[in-house]
Design a protein. Structure first.
Length: 192
């Protein structure tokens, strides 16, 4: 009788229960044993991290690593206040949850003590600042700003050359509602 190989786990990596099947016939039992032995830390049902140890103790996995495992390799994109505030359009929003667009699921989830708000919506592979402008306008209420205030700041930014006009128009057409498209068209017209 051969014994299953001891798992070789990567520090900081998040694993699903089924990822452990390579090291044993009963992956859930192996996961329980590894958690009991302190080798894995549970993040959520069926989701575990092999902790990376730093100078001051356990280093939590990155948000990217948590989403990679949680969404099982599906595409995702982080958006929200951190990206919107960087546009220089006057927003200073803060969320208690990290906003994640993805192709698999929607809902609010707590993973490893962190909250993630997942929305299944269309998003580009390589988001540009112009796409984040559209995203901000689509989420103005969530960002704690009025569309009118954002539009006023966008007009000034467009006049200053902060955004590429055609790309902004294209992003609005592809990802924005009619109201967002109209707002962006008005801001671009003001610069003409």
């Amino acid at each position: 009788m051969t014994t299953p190989a001891q798992p070789t786990l990567e520090p900081g990596r998040v694993y699903r229960t089924r990822d452990l099947a390579a090291w044993g016939a009963n992956a859930p039992r192996l996961a329980k044993r590894l958690v009991r032995d302190g080798a894995l830390l549970p993040l959520a049902h069926g989701l575990f991290v092999y902790p990376k140890r730093g100078r001051f103790g356990v280093v939590p996995p990155t948000d990217e690593e948590v989403m990679r495992a949680f969404l099982d390799g599906g595409r995702f994109l982080f958006t929200g206040p951190e990206r919107w505030n960087a546009l220089g359009l006057g927003t200073t929003a803060v969320f208690a949850s990290t906003l994640v667009y993805n192709t698999k699921r929607s809902g609010s989830f707590e993973l490893g003590g962190r909250r993630f708000l997942l929305r299944r919506v269309a998003f580009p592979d390589q988001p540009t600042p112009e796409w984040y402008v559209v995203d901000l306008l689509e989420n103005a209420e969530r960002a704690g700003a009025s569309r009118a205030d954002i539009a006023l700041a966008l007009r000034r930014a467009v006049r200053a050359g902060a955004f590429e006009h055609e790309r902004l128009r294209a992003m609005a057409r592809q990802y924005g509602t009619r109201a967002t498209q109209a707002t962006i068209a008005e801001c671009l017209k003001a610069d003409a």
